[in-house]
Every structure is written in structure tokens, then in C-alpha cells.
Design a protein around this ligand. Sequence first.
Ligand code: CTP
Ligand code: MG
Length: 178
Amino acid sequence: MEFSIDAAITLILFILPAYFANSAPVIFGGGEPLDFGKKFFDGRRLLGKGKTIRGFLAGVFAGTLIGLLEAFILPYTPFGFFCNPSNYIVLAFFLSTGTMAGDSLGSFIKRRLAIPSGSPSLLLDQLAFLAIALFFAYPRAQFFYSPLNLLFLFLLTYVMHITFNVLANKLGLKRVPW
Ligand code: CTP
Ligand code: MG
């Protein structure tokens, strides 16, 4: 596919549920941790106190909600990419579940590397969620997976993640800007 502004907008609309899923836990998370406080063989927490059940569910819910909105709006714009509107909701659910699974996996790897909860890991924080979200969504939207599109999504996510974390920090939602 040739790259154009239209193609970029379509790609952003495609990945939007993953971004919302990834951001929602910062606002709606908290409570019982996903690992129930359990430790791994290395004596460190499985995931840590930063990954909560409510955060995980909030992410899946928020992302899927974006898919629902897309199902209502995109068919009436030039940027739609599905014939059947319900496909937007299903795709968003897979993207969001993948996002939260990837976010948790990134956290699991961070703990194994002895990085404390809340401390940054440039690649794991910013790209693990995207990689797993894309993996989960692949069967639903194969036509998006060209090398150029993937490069665009990873670069965009990297820049967006940094921008939003700095913003969330300034708004007092996150203690640290990462
Ligand atoms: N959060 C949550 N549940 C999740 C993910 C995130 O409640 N499944 C909330 C937590 O309050 C968390 C905040 O969102 O502290 C920021 O999330 P993130 O930066 O992804 O986690 P960290 O606290 O940095 O933890 P880690 O070091 O394990 O990545
Ligand atoms: Mg973090």
C-alpha cells in the first residue's frame, strides 16, 4: 500500500482502541493486583502492584468502547475499513485484550530483570503492549500488516507514549513522566 495522509489516518483509527486500552488503567486502575501479591521463583513479584485487575478490565472495556464508537461512525466516513460494522467491535476487543496482556507481559519481564514497579523500561513500557495487541488482532485485520504500516505504528506509538506520559505526569495522573 502506498503511504498517504489517508492511509495514516486509517492506521491511527485501526490502532486507536489499543491506545485507549493502554491509557484507561492509569485513570480507572487500582485495587487487587493481577498477581494477587504472589512472587516468582526469583523471589520478586510476578507482576507487581502497578498491574491491577480493575486496570486490566478497564483497559479491555475502554478499548472495546472505542470499537463500538467506530462501528457507528466510520461507515459514514471515507476512512472505514470494514464492510460489517460489528467487525470494528470484535477487532477492538482483540486489540484491547492484547494490549492488556502485552502490558502485563512487559511487567513480568521487567520484574525478572529486577526493574522495580513504576520504573521505566524504554522498550518494554512502550512497545510490548503494541506487539501483543497486533499479534492478537492479526487474524481480524491481516490487510493492515505490511512492513511499512508496522513501522509507522511502532514509531507513532513510541512518540505518542512519551507525549501522553509527560502529559499525564503534568496533570498529576502519574507520579513519574514515563
Ligand atoms: N494500572 C493498573 N492496572 C493495570 C495497569 C496499570 O491499575 N493493569 C495503573 C496502576 O496504577 C499503575 C499505572 O496504571 O501504577 C501506570 O501503569 P504502568 O506504567 O503500565 O505500570 P507501572 O506502575 O509502571 O508498573 P510496571 O513497572 O510493572 O510497568
Ligand atoms: Mg510505568
